[in-house]
Design a protein around this ligand. Structure first.
Ligand code: FES
Length: 285
């Protein structure tokens, strides 16, 4: 366990990966630009959760089943194994595209680990292509070994993907652990809330973003659900708030995601004037 942690730490510190990462990142950003329908599609904005991890289940499931049939299934299972490896390898294409789109938003240590994750997946994918070729050429033993090697590499690579998500919090809803004030809580003096200005505030430790338009007040979590950037650094047009980091757009009235790459709505608050102060409490949905 400790060896695994040390290895991951070493990857995080490996600056030699940065040049490769910067180059690929530029290419990916050109093919999948921010603020595009392609970006929303690959991010999973339409799905309400990140697309990449959903697709990886299909790939890993079919490739694991392929090797299980190769090893244990005997002659009768050969056709099924061949079909499964083909399905998994086709499914790997959108999976890789979604992963690269997500990875292009990372930087520093996370980007380095993501680079190795991507290289591992590319190697696993290539081995399965060779395996399919070998299956079609009747070289079954070679094909089985290639699929098995691919599965081992994809498993190791998935471990890095899990590290990015579950240890580094990449791809998770950044507002999930906010400590919402359930009762009306004063956050700012009414006179300090300027018109048409994104104003940060705190309520019971939760970061809030306030916006006033005429008589109407709006309050959202100040943490973007996508990667956690402060929303008060964004800009508002027609009561839609654009995050300054990757361009996600949230509707001020209910926090709905109008444009990705965010997949989860911004938490909203009820807001009112009380005793010359502005008060908020979490909107119950
Ligand atoms: S942090 Fe990425 S869009 Fe807000």
């Amino acid at each position: 366990m400790k060896a695994l942690q040390q290895l991951t730490k070493r990857l995080e510190d490996m600056e030699a990966l940065d040049r490769f990462a910067d180059l690929v990142q530029r290419v990916v950003s050109r093919i999948v630009p921010q603020e595009s329908a392609r970006k929303d599609l690959l991010s999973g904005t339409w799905l309400g959760r990140p697309l990449h991890p959903v697709l990886t289940d299909v790939v890993m499931g079919t490739w694991t089943s392929t090797s299980a049939l190769d090893v244990l299934g005997g002659k009768r299972a050969e056709q099924a194994a061949d079909q499964l490896v083909f399905i998994g390898t086709v499914a790997a294409l959108p999976t890789i595209a979604a992963g690269l789109s997500d990875w292009a938003e990372l930087w520093g240590a996370q980007q380095r680990v993501g680079s190795v994750h991507a290289l591992g997946n590319a190697t696993a994918f290539s081995l399965q292509i060779f395996s399919i070729k070998a299956r079609r050429g009747g070289k079954r033993k070679k094909a089985c070994l290639l699929s098995l090697a691919s599965l081992v590499i994809a498993g190791a690579s998935a471990n890095l993907g899990g590290y990015l998500s579950f240890v580094k919090g990449v791809g998770v809803n950044q507002t999930a652990f906010e400590n919402w004030p359930q009762e009306w809580t004063p956050v700012i003096l009414a006179e300090d809330l300027a018109e048409d200005t994104l104003t940060p505030a705190r309520a019971d430790g939760a970061r809030i973003m306030l916006y006033k338009k005429g008589e109407q007040l709006y309050a959202l979590s100040d943490r973007c659900s996508h990667r956690g950037c402060p929303l008060h650094l964004g800009q508002v047009n027609d009561l839609m708030l654009e995050c300054s980091c990757h361009g996600s757009i949230f509707r001020l009235s209910d926090g709905e995601v109008l444009r990705g790459p965010a997949t989860v709505p911004a938490p909203t608050y009820e807001v009112r004037y009380q005793n010359e102060k502005v008060e908020v409490r979490r909107t119950l949905r």
